[in-house]
Design a protein. Structure first.
Length: 254
């Protein structure tokens, strides 16, 4: 069993696009649909080994520049490697990967048509870090451009989901503790201190960063979408009645 850190690059790179990761990718795809013809450059913030970035590439038009950003240079290197290996399976988009530079996204102001992020912000443990990161996303996003960020739900306690389970950790039920612990469905990786930001905390951060048209939702899984496409007989678990996600959509006006 491995406790997740940014040093566990090889182990994390093995995580597949199934369960919650597939669920999140479908949410991003649906959110992008109405304006994807206007997206020439899209950023995946917190790309890790590139799984979410490659999934995002499937939701945009050919020729789009898809940029993965991560805090870890090792993760960026792994993302570049895996994306190159999978080039024949991917659509005709352009990929770039970059590491943060002293906490800054290495892109110009107002240069991006859309930003997405999937299950990343639980690693930001302080309000200052949260505010800085959302402000950085606002800085690089064009005026009026959409941002879609998927957070772990602040309503989670001890649910068992397909990709990860909170059930083994009764301390997750403490309403005064916003840090949660979960384990991967394979039992090989533990996330032992994830910060589950509340809807109010996130709304405040988005507003302070200059975002408007802010919406938040707790989506449930589609029972007709199998969590494991290669094994469709495996059903969803708690996702059908308790959302694993808190999904924020907003437009940048900073």
């Amino acid at each position: 069993m491995v406790t997740f850190t940014h040093e566990n690059v090889d182990e994390y790179a093995k995580v597949e696009l199934t369960g919650e990761y597939l669920f999140a990718a479908k949410i991003i795809e649906e959110k992008i649909k109405p304006f994807k013809d206007k997206v020439g450059c899209i950023v995946d913030y917190g790309c890790g080994a590139g799984k979410s970035t490659r999934a995002t590439a499937l939701a945009v038009n050919p020729g789009t520049l898809v940029v993965g950003i991560d805090v870890s240079p090792d993760m960026v290197a792994q993302a570049e490697k895996i994306t190159a290996e999978k080039a024949g399976e991917l659509p005709g988009v352009l990929f770039e990967y970059h590491a943060l530079n002293d906490g800054k996204i290495p892109l110009d102001d107002s240069s991006v048509d859309c930003v997405v992020s999937t299950l990343v912000f639980q690693e930001l443990h302080t309000e200052d870090h949260l505010n800085h990161t959302i402000s950085e996303i606002a800085r690089i996003t064009k005026k009026g451009a959409p941002v879609i960020i998927i957070f772990p739900s602040d309503k989670i306690t001890c649910e068992e989901f397909c990709a990860f389970s909170y059930a083994p950790y009764p301390e997750n039920k403490d309403p005064n503790n916003s840090f949660k612990k979960c384990i991967s469905e394979s039992g090989t990786m533990v996330w032992d201190k994830d910060k589950h930001w509340t809807k109010d905390e996130l709304t405040k951060a988005f507003t302070q960063a200059g975002f408007k048209n802010i919406s938040a939702e707790y989506p449930l899984a589609d029972p007709d979408l199998p969590p494991y496409p290669n094994n469709p007989s495996i059903p969803w678990k708690a996702e059908l009645h308790t959302s694993p996600f808190l999904v924020f959509s907003a437009h940048s006006f900073s």
